[in-house]
Design a protein around this ligand. Sequence first.
Ligand code: PGA
Length: 260
Amino acid sequence: METTEGNDTPVLTVVESYEAMSRQAADRVAATVARTPAAAITVPTGETPLGMYRELVDRVERGEVDVSQTHVFCLDEYLDVSPEAEGSLTRWLTRAFIEPARISPDHVHTLPSEAPDAEQAAARYEAEIAALGGLELAVVGLGPNGHIAFNEPGSGPDSRTRVVELTPESRDQSADYWDGKQEIPAKAITIGLGTILTARQIVLIVAGESKADILRRALEEPMTSTVPASWLRLAAERLEVIANQAAASRLRTKGIGVRG
Ligand code: PGA
C-alpha cells in the first residue's frame, strides 16, 4: 500500500486490488462509528462500494463493528420514485448495506424524491444533517463522467441538495445496475457537492482501469465544474482517495496535486 500524507493536502492511498480498496474503505467507516456511534454518514450506491459493504456486513456479523446507532443519509435518488420502490437507489442501498448491517430503519434518512415542493424539502434534508451535527463521513464513488453522487458535469462546489437532470451517460450507467430492465428517470435528487464538502472526512473510492482517466482529470487537472469530482480537492486534508492500482495507473504523481 502506498499512502501520501501532508498537512493540508488530500491523502491518496493506492492499494493493489479491489478487495484491498474495499477493506480500507470499510476501515474508515468502522473507525468513524467506533469514535462516534451515532455519527451522520453518507454512503454511495453503484458497483464500487459493494465490496466495502460486504466487508462491513462481515465485520458486523463477527461483532467487530456496530452501526446500529449510525445515521445514514442517502446520496441520491431518482425523482418521483419512492424510496420504498423496488427500483429505487434507497432500496438498493437497503439491500446491500442497511438491512444486513442492521442499521436502525429510523436512522435512515431518505431523500425527498416525491415532495411536491422539492426545493423546500431539499432544504429540510440539509437541516436534518445539520441537526445531527453535520456529516462525520461521506464515502463517495466516482462517476465515469466525473460526477459525485448525481452532481453532474456543470455542478459547482457550492451546490446543495437539489433536483438535477441526469446526463445520458449517467442514465446508461444507472440502467446497468438493474440489468437494463428498468427505465431510468430523466431527473434525480442529489446531495450537493457543497454539502459533501462540509463533511469532516470524505473518502472517494475508485477501482478499475475504466476510471483511470477520469481519476487523473479529477486529481491532476485544474479544478472545474466539467469534472465535479475535482472540487473534492477543496476539502484538502479532509479528503482521502482510496484507489486500486488499476484506477491509479494514469496518475503522474503518487501524491495528489503538489505532493510526490
Ligand atoms: P460505479 O458508480 O461505482 O457503479 O462505477 C460510481 C458513481 O457513479 O458514483
